[in-house]
Write a protein that binds this ligand. Structure first.
Ligand SMILES: [Zn+2]
Length: 494
C-alpha cells in the first residue's frame, strides 16, 4: 500500500541543492521510503500514483507553539498588552466553563484551518479555565486523531502569579512561600498512558506555563517527570517587558541562572517567545541546546516586542516558529510567520548579510520546528528517505507566477492558497484543497454557538472597571522606566 509521486519538484532545503526537479518519491507505511530521479518502484506495492507535474512538493509546516481553544475568542480584542489580554481571556473562559465536547470542537476547527494551510504538526500549549482534566486533554487528542494532524499537547501548569507578587508589598517573601502540591502529575500520567497505547500521531510534552508563574518545586517536578518518561518540556519565556522587569525584581540570581540551577535548560526544552532574553540568557540557551519558538505575529499584535532571532541564530540556538493563539495572532498560519520572521530581521540589524533569508525562514517553519519538539526530532520536517511522510503538494496559485525562485516565493508570496494535497504520516488528509477526514462545514456549525456564547460573556466583562487591569498598567509604567528595549527611541509616549 504505497503512493508514488512522479515528476515532482521537491523542496529539500538542503544547502547545496534546496530544490530537486523531476523526482520520483515513494511513500510507504507512513514513511518516505525512496526518492530519486529514477527509483526501483517494483519493490513497493504501489496502489496510487500522483503526477506532480507543475506542482511543488515541500515538507509540511510545523507550528511549534499555539493554543487551539483560543480560536473561540478569535479577534475579540485589540490594543491590549499580553497580561491584560490574558486576564480577559481567562475571565471569559471561566464564565463559559467549556466542557470537553466544546474544547474538542474548537481544537478541530483550528486543526482544520492548519491542515488546509499546510501545517502538518502542531504543539497545543493547552490551558483552560477553570482547570485541566484528563477528559479535557483527551478532547484535544481526539481532535488530532479526527482531523489527522500530528499533534503534541503541552498541558499548561502554574502555581503562582507573578503579577500578583509584583503588586504585593514584598514580592520576594511571597515568592518564597510558593510551592507546588504535585496534584497535576496523576492526570498527566493518565494521558501519557492513554497515548502510549493508542496513538501514532499524538504525543505529550510537559508544559509549565512560564517560569515566572511556576515555583521552583513545580519546575523541578516537571523536569523529573520529563526525564522519567523521556518527554519534552515546553514553556513561555520572557515574552513581555513586564516579565523581564519582574524577573529582575523576583530573582536575585537572574531568571536564566535560576533555570540553569534547576536543570530546566536542556535539549528537551522549547521556549516560546524569548523576546526579552538578555545576552547572558541567550548564551545559556545556546550552551544547553534548548530551542526558542519565535511567534512574530502574536508579539507584534500584543506590542510585546521583536525577538532577537539573529542574535540567537548567531549563537547557534535552534529557532522554530509558532502562531500562538487564535486571538493573539488571529490566524494559525505558518506561511505568515515565515514571512514576518524574514521581514522583522531586517529592522533589527543594519547588516544585510545577517538578515533572515527565505531559506532560513523556510527551515524555521519546517526542520527547526521538528528539532525543537522532542517527539518530532529526526522524524519529520524534511523530505528525506527514512523520515515520516508529512508533506504538502502545492498547485501554484497566481501569487506564485511567474515562478522565478521557489524558495523565495514560498516565503514572500505564498499564503497557503496553493495547498492542494497534504499528507500526515503517509495518509492523505487534504486532497484537492478539501479535508478528507472531517466535514469542515459541520465543524464550523458546531463551533459557532460556543464562540457566540463567549462573545456575550466578553461583552459583559469588558466594560467593567477592572482592578487587575489598572494594576498591570501601573506595573508596565514602572517597567517602561526601568527596562530599556532596542526600539525605545521610536516610542511616542502619552
Ligand atoms: Zn502562547
Amino acid at each position: 500500500m504505497a503512493i508514488l509521486f512522479e515528476n515532482a519538484l521537491v523542496v529539500t532545503l538542503e544547502k547545496q541543492k534546496p530544490i530537486l526537479e523531476g523526482q520520483q518519491l515513494v511513500v510507504d507505511q507512513g514513511m518516505i521510503a525512496a526518492m530519486g530521479n529514477r527509483i526501483k518502484t517494483e519493490r513497493f506495492e504501489i496502489n496510487e500514483r500522483i503526477d506532480c507535474s507543475g506542482m511543488i512538493v515541500m515538507p509540511g509546516l510545523i507550528n511549534a507553539h499555539s493554543h487551539l481553544t483560543e480560536i473561540l475568542q478569535r479577534s475579540l480584542r485589540d490594543n491590549v498588552r499580553m497580561e491584560i489580554w490574558r486576564g480577559y481571556r481567562v475571565l471569559t473562559e471561566e464564565m463559559a466553563n467549556l466542557c470537553p465536547e466544546e474544547i474538542g470542537a474548537a481544537a478541530e476547527l483550528a486543526c482544520a484551518e492548519m491542515l488546509k494551510n499546510g501545517v502538518t504538526a502542531v504543539v497545543d500549549h493547552f490551558s483552560t479555565s477553570p482547570g485541566l482534566s484528563v477528559a479535557k486533554m483527551r478532547a484535544i487528542l481526539t481532535a488530532f486523531e479526527k482531523t489527522g494532524i500530528r499533534g503534541v499537547i503541552a498541558p499548561s501548569l502554574r502555581d503562582q502569579d507573578f503579577v500578583q507578587m509584583l503588586a504585593s508589598r514584598s514580592p520576594r517573601r511571597k515568592l518564597s512561600k510558593s510551592k507546588s502540591d504535585g496534584s497535576w502529575q496523576e492526570e498527566v500520567v493518565a494521558v501519557l498512558d492513554h497515548l502510549r497505547k493508542s496513538s501514532k500521531i499524538a504525543a505529550l510534552v510537559i508544559g509549565p506555563s512560564s517560569p515566572l508563574n511556576c515555583s521552583d518545586s513545580l519546575l523541578q517536578e516537571a523536569i523529573t517527570m520529563a526525564e522519567k518518561y523521556d518527554v519534552g518540556i515546553h514553556t513561555h519565556l520572557l515574552e513581555t517587558r513586564l516579565q523581564r522587569w519582574a524577573a529582575r525584581k523576583l530573582y536575585r540570581e537572574g531568571l536564566g541562572m535560576r533555570l540553569k540551577r534547576l536543570g530546566f535548560l536542556s535539549p528537551r526544552l522549547s521556549a516560546a517567545h524569548g523576546v526579552w532574553l538578555d545576552e547572558r540568557e541567550m548564551d545559556l540557551m545556546a550552551s544547553s541546546s534548548a530551542s526558542v519558538v519565535h511567534n512574530p505575529a502574536s508579539n507584534l499584535k500584543l506590542g510585546s516586542g521583536i525577538a532577537p532571532v539573529i542574535e540567537l541564530k548567531r549563537r547557534g540556538v535552534n529557532v522554530a516558529l509558532g502562531t500562538d493563539g487564535g486571538d493573539t495572532s488571529d490566524s494559525y498560519s505558518i506561511f505568515e510567520q515565515m514571512r514576518l520572521a524574514a521581514f522583522l530581521s531586517r529592522v533589527t540589524t543594519e547588516n544585510s548579510d545577517r538578515w533572515i533569508t527565505a531559506l532560513d525562514a523556510l527551515k524555521m517553519g519546517t526542520q527547526n520546528g521538528a528539532q525543537a519538539i522532542l517527539p518530532w526530532r529526526g522524524k519529520i520536517g524534511r523530505i528525506k528517505t527514512g523520515y515520516r511522510a508529512d508533506l504538502l503538494i502545492l498547485r501554484p496559485n497566481l501569487r506564485l507566477h511567474p515562478l522565478n525562485d521557489v524558495v523565495h516565493q514560498l516565503v514572500f508570496c505564498e499564503g497557503g492558497q496553493s495547498v492542494d494535497t497534504v499528507l500526515v504520516d503517509g495518509e492523505v488528509v487534504v486532497r484537492g484543497g478539501r479535508l478528507t477526514r472531517v466535514d469542515e462545514e459541520a465543524i464550523i456549525r458546531k463551533v459557532e454557538p460556543i464562540s457566540k456564547k463567549m462573545q456575550r460573556y466578553y461583552e459583559r466583562i469588558k466594560e467593567r472597571s477592572n482592578r487587575a487591569t489598572s494594576t498591570i498598567q501601573r506595573l508596565y509604567q514602572r517597567a517602561f522606566k526601568d527596562e530599556r528595549g532596542p526600539f525605545d527611541e521610536l516610542r511616542v509616549t502619552g
